[in-house]
Design a protein around this ligand. Structure first.
Ligand code: SER
Length: 318
């Protein structure tokens, strides 16, 4: 088999911060290239700067490093995209289109995350099926549905081996939370360790699908390593672990630490209201044996432990 050389875009984000070390561990630091708009400085592998809206820069990097596989994580999350829709579209859809074009020319294998944001207010909200109504109302969701269809098109027409997952809210500790809606959960966990007070921008009963980052990273790599003939969905797989509300998260945190939460819903509530409560991921389970392992209890325990360790290190470094 030819050697796999992997480029990760958006390496400095929440997911990149976990995926890059996981890929280095698995494939070796000489076979992973980390990239972001500004060159990342925190990885043991080679790092480069890539502006995802500039196809010539992507193309040059792919040629220079003999890239065979791209994990294309660069993106602007739901709330950030809603504040600047043109930029959101340019990065989220335009960036993916640039990657797919370079993949077509260079026969690259590609991973790209779609999202629960691909669903909308007309989608069945409970146990949302794999194949269902996709009428999102956010620019982020519109870019995700368009991107899913574009991935399937590049697979059917040009044979690009592109694979995708509809990520739920991802909860991790190594990187900083982006401008998203499900990210309230990470802010609340951080607040529990600092001030013990949190103003939540969602209502307390907003039930959303969520996942601990270790499950996300494992699932993503498992999808990419599955034999091509097992991948029956070439838009994006439903991908699920747990669902909880801000109030349920608060109660779980309170088993460990004191926190008082005020609820002050803002424009992000409207975004959350259009997303499902829970996801049916039986296609992923059947096709490539997806299986999550973290429940809410385990997630809160490990997040508080890891965030607490980081906070102590930061205090020591001051
Ligand atoms: N975490 C993302 C967001 O809220 C969902 O894809 O924007």
């Amino acid at each position: 088999m030819p050697k796999e050389i992997i480029l990760v875009t958006g390496s400095s984000g929440l997911i990149g911060n976990e995926l890059v070390p996981a890929l280095i561990k698995k494939y070796g630091q000489e076979n992973v290239i980390a990239s972001d708009l500004n060159e990342p400085t925190n990885y043991s592998c080679k790092s480069v700067a890539i502006d995802i809206t500039r196809p010539e820069v992507i193309s040059k990097t792919v040629g220079d490093y003999h890239i065979t596989t791209v994990y294309h994580l660069a993106g602007l999350l739901s709330a950030g995209s809603e504040e600047n829709p043109d930029l959101g579209w340019r990065i989220n859809f335009g960036g993916l289109k640039n990657i797919l074009d370079v993949a077509k020319e260079n026969k690259l294998k590609v991973f790209w995350p779609s999202s629960i944001a691909a669903f909308g207010p007309t989608t069945p909200q409970k146990n949302t099926p794999q194949h269902t109504i996709l009428e999102p109302t956010t620019i982020y969701g519109i870019a995700k549905v368009s991107g899913e269809l574009m991935c399937q098109y590049y697979f059917n027409k040009y044979g690009v081996d592109v694979r995708s997952l509809r990520y739920p809210g991802i909860i991790g500790w190594r990187g900083k939370a982006g401008a998203g809606t499900t990210e309230y959960s990470i802010h609340m966990l951080n607040a529990a360790l600092s001030s013990g007070k949190y103003d939540c921008f969602l209502k307390k009963d907003t039930l959303l699908p969520m996942m601990y980052i270790d499950d996300t990273i494992r699932g993503t790599i498992e999808l990419m390593e599955a034999p091509a003939d097992k991948i029956k969905v070439r838009t994006a797989y439903n991908f699920s672990a747990i669902s909880f509300t801000p109030e349920q998260l608060t109660k779980e945190i309170q088993k460990h630490l004191e926190i008082s939460v005020k609820y002050e819903p803002d424009f992000r509530q409207k975004i959350a209201d259009t997303w499902p409560e829970s996801i049916d991921d039986s296609a992923a389970r059947a096709d490539w044996h997806w299986q999550p392992t973290y429940d809410l209890e385990k997630l809160v325990e490990i997040m508080l432990k890891q965030l607490g360790t980081i906070a102590k290190q930061e205090v020591r470094a001051q």
